[in-house]
Ligand binder design. Structure first.
Ligand SMILES: Cc1cc2nc3c(=O)[nH]c(=O)nc-3n(C[C@H](O)[C@H](O)[C@H](O)COP(=O)(O)O)c2cc1C
Ligand code: SF4
Ligand code: SF4
Length: 516
């Protein structure tokens, strides 16, 4: 992949907004503008953020434009794509399967550490620029504050390596990177005093099987050596094989989800987790730092659907929501007063109630890879505003008081909504073969692509006599990692990213013969 430079990124944003009233193909009508009568802010690890939602680590936080798209649709906490020492990993393709609940085989960032650093700093600078960009101010109103959270994996040795250490230091104080990028800014913004402290918090994404002692050492290392507040993202295996199997296979009826019994033995056990969380909370308090947990990472399962490569896949979406709230109810009872972040099967339907559980923040991945894409963030927030107003609540604190606690929430949960029967319908497909030009124009490839690699253009004038459709769909292949998500949702039969005309990032067609 070859991401945008800062100049290209800002040019694209300003030109597209002016000419088409869109940014990265999202129409301005789908951006989020907060209702000034409500205060949606929450506190995330000591920082006030203007809304309770944001993207979970994954495909929505890898490149600068992804983070900006999420921000335009109301996100204010960004769990950055996990970085690790192995920055030349070959990821099997396709890596995302959102046909039903959600499966992936992504590990970590696909860029070199230096490129990831640049993408995160660029995103931070671009948002600061856009917050003051007059045409956007009118559309978005007061956007309020936001935070970026680092996500690191997967073992202590890698995290302590000079490469990852430098990466973290350069996000803790991004002055050097900002100065490298400053010349690319529009003249009137070149003297702007940018925020240099891009992150103050890290989430540890522990890989399945990471020993608890190592988790402890990583947390202490990040706090002591990098001055970071730390969140540990826990795995749903913590519930134990019996409970997970009962919920997923029996209560929710997913006979086709095959658990991996050894993962439950290798992963952290509940009693050790409770001790560890208490110990790390105390360590953080004694060191003047903050400590929290995140529920949950994906569930490792046998890859029996044969859509993704490899023996194992990582499950997300509807069934994970039930597992994560079950875990939440248990942990809240055992260890109250620990800040808890959430990422598990959040959709517009359950967003308000999930926010009502007092989580900080609520993050999303799978739902924004489905039709609607990033704009589902706007839908979630608009629904929350409606629900809060109906209940007479003006702040999230009041909303939380009004809503169910986790143990009541799990008892009251509409299990049918999360059941296999409600989550097994395949995306709609016609019988038309996807062609280079003209297609069913459903626009779904554009909405579900996390990278905005699929784009809609007006049919070129010199081709209007040969083509029937007003719009054509193209793939900016520099931005595409062949994740496969556009193929899953394409109404026609075929993979848009490989069949549609290929453009490079400068807007030039890669094979000019395709135009004739
Ligand atoms: C395609 C994809 C890639 C992901 N990559 C990461 C990652 O790099 N690091 C991480 O900690 N979690 C990763 N996750 C897990 C998500 O951050 C999230 O915790 C999980 O998907 C549950 O939320 P959801 O049900 O809203 O998807 C990924 C999930 C998906 C679907
Ligand atoms: S164009 Fe398709 S395959 Fe490429 S990144 Fe986007 S969704 Fe994935
Ligand atoms: S390429 Fe497929 S998904 Fe994209 S607009 Fe055409 S029919 Fe829809």
């Amino acid at each position: 992949m070859k991401p945008y430079s800062l100049t290209q990124l800002l040019n694209r944003i300003t030109t597209e907004l002016e000419q088409d009233k869109r940014i990265f193909d999202i129409p301005v009508s789908k951006f989020f503008k907060a209702d000034p009568e409500l205060d949606l802010s929450i506190e995330v690890m000591g920082h006030k953020v203007a809304t309770p939602v944001g993207p979970a680590a994954g495909p929505h936080t890898q490149m600068a434009q992804n983070i900006i798209m999420a921000w335009l649709c109301g996100s204010r906490t960004f769990e950055l794509k996990t970085v690790q020492i192995l920055d030349e990993l070959e990821i099997g393709r396709p890596c995302i399967d959102m046909e039903t609940v959600g499966y992936n085989v992504e590990w970590s960032q696909e860029f070199k550490l230096k490129q990831s650093l640049q993408q995160y700093v660029m995103a931070s600078m671009a948002i600061e620029y856009l917050k003051q960009y007059p045409p956007l101010l009118e559309i978005l109103g007061d956007t309020g504050s936001h935070v970026f959270e680092l996500s690191v994996g997967y073992d202590l040795k890698g995290i302590q390596s000079p490469q990852v250490s430098d990466f973290i230091d350069n996000l803790r104080d991004a002055d050097a990177e900002i100065e490298k990028l400053r010349a690319e800014l529009p003249a009137q913004f070149r003297d702007h005093k940018f925020n240099r402290e891009i992150v103050t918090t890290a989430t540890i994404s522990t890989f399945h099987g990471c020993p608890p002692d190592e988790v402890e050492d990583i947390v202490k290392h990040l706090m002591a050596n990098h001055g970071l507040d730390v969140t540990v993202k826990l795995n749903p295996t913590l519930l134990g094989h019996e409970t997970v199997s009962d919920i997923v296979n029996n209560q929710l009826g997913y006979k086709t989800i095959e658990l991996v019994p050894s993962a439950f033995v290798d992963d952290m056990q509940m009693s050790r987790a409770v001790d560890l969380i208490q110990e790390l909370h105390k360590y953080a308090t004694d060191s003047g730092r903050q400590f929290g947990i995140k529920l949950t990472n994906t569930l490792v399962v046998n890859n029996i659907r044969n859509l993704l490569p490899g023996e194992l896949a990582y499950m997300s979406g509807a069934p994970l929501h039930v597992l994560a709230v079950k875990l939440l109810a248990i942990l809240e009872a055992k260890i109250p007063h620990i800040p808890i972040a959430f990422s598990a099967g959040v959709t517009t339907e359950n967003f308000s109630a999930t926010v009502g559980l007092g989580l900080s923040p609520v993050t999303v991945c799978s739902d924004w890879l489905k039709p609607g894409g990033y704009a589902n963030g706007t839908k979630m927030l608009k629904q929350l505003q409606i629900d809060m107003k109906k209940a007479g609540c003006k702040t999230i604190e009041q909303w939380v008081q009004q809503c169910s606690s986790a143990d009541r929430y799990i008892d009251e949960l509409d299990m049918q909504f999360y059941h296999f029967d409600n989550n097994s319908k395949l995306p709609k497909k016609g019988d038309k073969k996807l062609e280079l030009w003209d297609c069913s124009s459903c626009n779904l490839c554009v909405a579900v692509c996390p990278n905005n690699a699929m784009s809609r253009i007006e049919t070129p004038e010199n081709m209007q006599d040969k083509l029937t459709k007003k719009y054509q769909y193209i793939c900016v292949t520099d931005l595409c990692n062949e994740c496969g998500n556009c193929e899953t949702f394409c109404i026609d039969v075929g993979a848009p990213f490989s069949i549609k005309p290929a453009y490079n990032i400068d807007g030039k067609i890669k094979n000019p013969d395709q135009l004739s």
